[in-house]
Every structure is written in structure tokens, then in C-alpha cells.
Write a protein that binds this ligand. Structure first.
Ligand code: CP
Length: 310
């Protein structure tokens, strides 16, 4: 399989294989094994036109720990800031001889477009409001490690769904793993056409968090993406928190065994209270840690040739 542009690019069997490989990568992450030689001689370019802390650094570490040569290019520090087009930028980079481009861009569909221009494997590290497949894979991996299986588990996803590529990739990924998913948002941040879409994709959409939360086996809070809302958003501030935040009161309703996820970065005090983010049942830092293992597995399966050893 050449690219990872969307969760549609992986089957449930592929996901099981990725999870098994990721589980083996934790030895490297614990530094019990310093590096694996699997991608020696391969070159991975992280090309990020939007800011990132977790995704970019974890793909860089993943490549390095598999012995690939990795470099980072950002929109602000590249000739894109002088007006060079996306096509000229990626063709220039590809001409240097690269095996994979890990790419983040503000335009939905950018990674799909780039995959048609270059021979390298393209990994979508977030395209606009469209998809973030490696995030969904690491979220599902983290939850699977905690819950044993996602089959018939009820995962509740809450937040600014209109602007969330994480939500779009997660509903697709969780469905492949047999989870039941309910998404919750204020009407103003629920994607248009959600009724038709949810019926086709097999998830439920709801507007009353307090009705849904007691039935959750896991809850995933999503960030209010203020940078994508030029005209502000509604409900705002305290109103949003009262209606849709994982507050201290809602944490009590959830009970101590229900895992809490957030892909980060968090707006503490807006969509998630510090008590919830830092609770014993929070998997937020485990998501980050699992993200390196999953991204090692992704790079390994896309790039390692015959005879490579993980
Ligand atoms: N979850 C996520 O994509 O985080 P970054 O923007 O920090 O990469």
C-alpha cells in the first residue's frame, strides 16, 4: 500500500497489523532497544504548512528510531512564504530523492493532490477539516490497549465537529473496529448533513451531552478550533463549557473507569477541565506516547522493503 491519505486506505485487517507492529515498537520507545535498522537508507520529509507539536515530532522520532533520514520543512521557513506554489514546492523536494512525504496543510484534499504529483509515499498528517488518519489510528490503538477491544464499545466524541478532521477520521476508524459511536456538538458546530452522513456511516449524532455521557464506555473531547472561525463561535466561552465541556461535575457522572481522550492541543477550562485532563483515567499523554509507536508502524509498513526487520 503506497500512501496513507485517509482511513479509507486501511482495512480492519491492516489496522490489526499496524496495532501488532506498534506494540513491538514500544521496546524502542522505552529505549530498551536504541534503534531498529528497518528504514536505513530511506528518507522521510515532514512537510508542515500548519503548526504542530505532536504529529510532526512523533513522525520525526518514528523515522529516526527506524534509522531513516528525516528532515522537517515548515511553510513559514520555506520558499512557500515567498509565494512558491504547493506543486513547485513538492516537486522540488521530491527531486532531491525522498521515499516519503509526511504532509500537513490547511486545504482539505491537499495530501491527495500531492500524491498525484510525486512518486514518494504520501502520509496525510492533517488536511484542513478533512482527515487526520494517523491520529485516528493512534486514538483507536490507545483505546484498544485500555479496553481490550472496541467491538460494541460506545465511544462518545464531543466538540467542534464542523472543523474537526480528527472526528472525521475517528468515526471511520472506530466503525472498522466495531465500536458504536455517538458524536455530540452544539447545533452551530455540528457538520451540515450530519443526519444523512451518520445514517450511512453508522454513527449517531446528538446535542445533549448530559443525556449521552452516562452511557459512554470512552469519551473523546475535541478542541474548539478558534483559528478556523474567522467570525468567532457560538456558544462561546462559559456557555460552551456549560453545555459541552467535560467539567468536574460531568467527570463525576462519568465514573472513574471510563477513559478520557483528547488529541491535543487542549483548551483547558473550555472543552475540558483540568480535573478531567489530569484525572487517573485520562489517556491524553498515553495517546501521545502511542502516537510514536503507531507512526513507527505506519512508516515501517509503507517503506520497509522485502527482508527488512522490525
Ligand atoms: N493532535 C495533533 O494533531 O496535534 P498537533 O497539532 O500538535 O500535531
Amino acid at each position: 500500500r503506497k500512501h496513507l491519505l485517509s482511513v479509507d486506505d486501511v482495512t480492519s485487517d491492516d489496522i490489526a497489523t499496524l496495532f501488532a507492529t506498534a506494540a513491538e515498537m514500544h521496546d524502542v520507545q522505552r529505549r530498551e532497544v536504541k534503534k531498529l535498522p528497518a528504514l536505513r537508507g530511506r528518507t522521510v520529509i515532514n512537510l508542515f504548512f500548519e503548526d504542530s507539536t505532536r504529529t510532526r515530532s512523533s513522525f520525526e522520532l518514528a523515522g529516526k528510531w527506524l534509522s531513516a533520514d528525516t528532515i522537517n520543512i515548515t511553510g513559514k521557513g520555506s520558499s512557500a512564504s515567498k509565494g512558491e506554489s504547493l506543486r513547485d514546492t513538492v516537486l522540488t523536494i521530491a527531486s532531491m530523492g525522498v521515499d516519503a512525504l509526511v504532509m500537513r496543510h490547511s486545504a482539505s484534499g491537499a495530501a491527495h493532490q500531492v500524491a498525484q504529483w510525486v512518486d514518494a509515499a504520501v502520509i496525510n498528517a492533517g488536511d484542513g477539516t478533512h482527515e487526520h488518519p494517523s491520529q485516528a489510528l493512534l486514538d483507536a490503538y490507545t483505546l484498544t490497549r485500555r479496553l481490550g477491544t472496541l467491538e460494541d464499545k460506545h465511544v462518545v466524541i464531543v466538540g467542534d465537529l464542523t472543523h474537526s478532521r480528527v472526528f472525521r477520521s475517528n468515526v471511520a476508524c472506530l466503525a472498522k473496529l466495531g465500536a458504536r459511536v455517538t458524536v455530540v456538538a452544539p447545533p452551530t458546530l455540528m457538520p451540515s448533513g450530519v443526519d444523512t452522513w451518520s445514517a450511512e456511516a453508522g454513527f449517531a449524532a446528538a446535542y445533549d451531552l448530559d443525556e449521552v455521557l452516562p452511557k459512554a464506555d470512552a469519551v473523546m473531547m475535541l478542541r474548539v478550533q478558534r483559528e478556523r472561525m474567522s467570525g468567532g463561535f457560538f456558544p462561546t466561552g462559559r456557555e460552551y463549557t456549560v453545555g459541552y465541556g467535560l467539567t468536574r461535575d460531568r467527570l463525576a457522572v462519568l465514573g472513574p473507569d471510563v477513559p478520557i481522550c483528547h488529541p491535543g492541543p487542549m483548551n483547558r477550562g473550555l472543552e475540558i477541565a483540568a480535573d478531567a485532563a489530569d484525572a487517573a483515567q485520562s489517556l491524553i499523554l498515553e495517546q501521545v506516547s502511542s502516537g510514536v509507536a503507531i507512526r513507527m508502524a505506519i512508516l515501517y509498513h509503507l517503506l520497509a522493503g522485502e527482508g527488512s526487520q522490525a
